[in-house]
Design a protein around this ligand. Structure first.
Ligand code: G6P
Length: 624
């Protein structure tokens, strides 16, 4: 997710934009830029008496400090401008891909946060009409579209052109534009990405996030989907999806900048857990089109998929648990054998890999050194390498043959939460795609699975709406000294993830286990100080899970069961239950992991841990 700040008012805005961008630095970014409307110097306009404007732009890859130093001695001051920190989605992080982007005439500048799904077809249309593009971004089509509407179609109004643009694009976007022909306004539109207006006396702002402008105003207006907005120095005009002017009063926030960075949540980890409905939607975006699956980015022909002898997945930490889920689904739906290894083990165990093997590396950071080393090993043996990562332009992305970006947005908490649910979505979609190509899934099943995948964001939201229940269970159980997480089949990787989350942030001993293995060792651990967290969805292995629970119940452990809604049966065995919405058995994992993340979070908070930066851990592990 990129950061946006825009200003129009009675102050010179260069430093307002730079400071606003600095306030957004906490979100992570890879490049930044600003564009300011400035009057052309030394020109006389006897006819109109008004100056002619030009847009002065500066952008750079890297830290905002680099941009700040760059613009320090450049004369680019004006009273209206836009700024952007980029978190790359299309095209590597670089100066040319940094925002703002321009139309052909350099009269319109645009910043954008989101993903334009149909940008290639729009780009093609625009190229036919003579437009020239210089970046690899999806965003660059936006100023060109505005140019087209304003010039060729004679729409004499920037806000109307923005309205038309919103109808043309598919995907997500908070889009903000300035134009030399409309020097006294800034126009914006929104589909699915956050956009707010900050309003104050004689000045107004756009921002993706409150911290960007909180030092100037505490009065905000939230912009909704398909609305367009025009701000001038002393007016805010909001237009609904039918382009009708509507009224909306600003609300006042009393947040400090620090709490605003966390969106009002206590920690980034909690914020990121709550961002998952949005994150997984972004992961699906462009890949699930009207029921059809699009995986062009894999860059593998259907013939190659049909001929695959084996898929090898490697990963570390939380990503490894997504890999285990991928194996279950690819083998079940697409019937391709899958091996899963820890990256750190892989290259030391004489693996069998060749050109008929698809090698999939999962890594949220894209920088994990063990994963990188395993990729290099596989490439040296001619395997085709696909990376699944959240960070565009990361080393793993650059060294792989193709990349699937999870698009979960920057994750600041050290332990992975929203990047994990996004990895699971990629696993679901990829397994289904392979099954479809191989003809192993019929129309009815396929439609049903797609429908269920599409319903995941809402189901995660339902779970989050009940977070308080998990908190209460954590408040009552946090003093226990041993936590065993039990699951079977699709629940097993989630039991590992639940235990890992708890270990990482609470420093309490926890283990994830396949429930059937309990009796071969871990059951010896269970006593009154143990909590057993059982994942017991209503699936084909439900009865067996109940037997496994009874075994630990008999040893006086406290039982916390994650169950399917309306399952009244389990309360006989469990001390605590938490209900998750119904889905198909293959997809329960993603719904189970959300309460597990919350449980780990609330237990850690009871122990006063720093959940965003747990001891001894790093977000990006670049040493072996
Ligand atoms: C670190 C992080 C974990 C992450 C693991 C693997 O240990 O703290 O959250 O799961 O690295 O990272 P990767 O970027 O390869 O997914």
């Amino acid at each position: 997710m990129c950061g946006i700040v825009a200003y129009i008012g009675n102050k010179k805005c260069k430093s307002i934009l730079i400071n606003g961008l600095k306030r957004l630095e906490y979100r992570g970014y890879d490049s930044a830029g600003i564009a300011i409307l400035s009057p052309v110097q030394n020109e006389k306009f006897e006819k109109t008496g008004k100056p002619r404007f030009q847009i002065k732009v500066e952008k750079e890859a890297g830290k905002i400090k680099v941009l700040e130093d760059l613009v320090k001695n450049i004369d680019m001051d004006g009273f209206c401008g836009i700024g952007h920190t980029r978190w790359a989605t299309h095209g590597e992080p670089s100066k040319v891909n940094a925002h703002p982007h321009f139309d052909c005439t350099e009269k319109i500048a645009v910043v954008h946060n989101g993903i334009i799904e149909n940008y290639s077809e729009i780009k093609e249309e625009l190229i036919q009409k003579g437009h020239k593009f210089i970046s690899q971004t999806d965003t660059e089509v936006l100023p060109h579209l505005l140019e087209e509407y304003l010039k060729s179609e004679n729409i004499g109004d920037l806000q109307l052109a923005m309205h038309k643009l919103l109808k043309k694009i598919r995907g997500s976007g908070a889009i903000v534009a300035i134009s030399t022909d409309f020097p006294e306004e800034i126009v914006a539109g929104r589909i699915a990405s956050p956009l707010i207006v900050g309003t104050s006396k004689d000045e107004n702002f756009f921002a993706s996030d409150m911290p960007a402008v909180l030092e100037h105003t505490h009065n905000f207006i939230v912009i909704n989907d398909f609305e367009t907005v025009r701000i001038t120095r002393n007016k805010v005009e909001i237009f609904n999806s039918d382009c009708k002017l509507i009224e909306r009063e600003p609300f006042k926030v009393s947040w400090s900048i620090e709490s605003a960075e966390k969106g009002g949540y206590e920690d980034f980890m909690l914020k990121e857990i709550f961002e998952q409905p949005y994150g997984v939607k972004e992961t699906m975006r462009g890949r699930l089109l009207d029921g059809a699956l699009n995986f062009d980015e894999l860059n593998i022909s259907e013939e190659q998929i049909k001929n695959l002898k084996k898929i090898q997945i490697i990963a570390c930490g939380t990503s490894y648990h997504a890999a285990l889920t991928g194996k279950l689904l690819i083998e079940k739906w697409a019937k391709i054998p899958v091996e899963v290894d820890f990256s750190s083990e892989y290259r030391y165990r004489s693996p069998i890999v060749d050109k008929n093997c698809l090698f999939v590396a999962i890594t949220q950071s894209g920088e994990t050194i063990d994963t990188l080393a395993a990729i290099r090993e596989a490439k040296s043996k001619n395997a085709r390498v696909v990376a699944i990562t959240n960070v565009v332009g990361s080393t793993v992305a650059r060294e792989s043959d193709s990349v699937i970006y999870t698009h979960a947005g920057p994750e600041i908490g050290v332990c992975a939460t929203k990047t994990f649910s996004s990895q699971l979505i990629v696993m679901y979609l990829m397994a289904l795609y392979f099954a479809k190509v191989k003809g192993f899934v019929d129309g009815v099943d396929y439609d049903k699975i797609i429908k269920e995948i599409k319903s995941i964001p809402d189901k995660i939201q339902t779970i989050l709406d009940n977070a308080e229940k998990i908190k209460n269970i954590a408040d009552e159980t946090y003093k226990h000294t041993c936590f065993l997480f039990l699951g079977r089949i699709y629940g097993f990787p989630m039991s590992l993830e639940g235990a890992l989350k708890l270990k990482e942030i609470s420093y309490i001993h926890a283990e994830g286990y396949p429930a059937g293995e309990m009796k071969h060792g871990p059951i010896a651990l269970t006593d009154t100080k143990t909590v057993v967290v059982g994942l017991i969805p209503r699936d084909f292995i439900y009865e067996k899970m109940i037997s496994n629970l009874q075994e630990v119940k008999a040893r006086n452990a406290t039982i916390f069961a994650i169950i399917t809604e309306d399952d009244k049966n389990i309360s006989r065995y469990a001390n605590y239950t938490f209900e998750i919405p119904k889905t198909i058995e293959e997809l329960y994992g993603i719904l189970e992991v959300v309460p597990l993340q919350l449980y780990a979070y609330y237990i850690a908070k009871n122990h006063n841990r720093n959940v965003d930066q747990p001891r001894n851990l790093a977000k990006s592990v670049t040493v072996e």
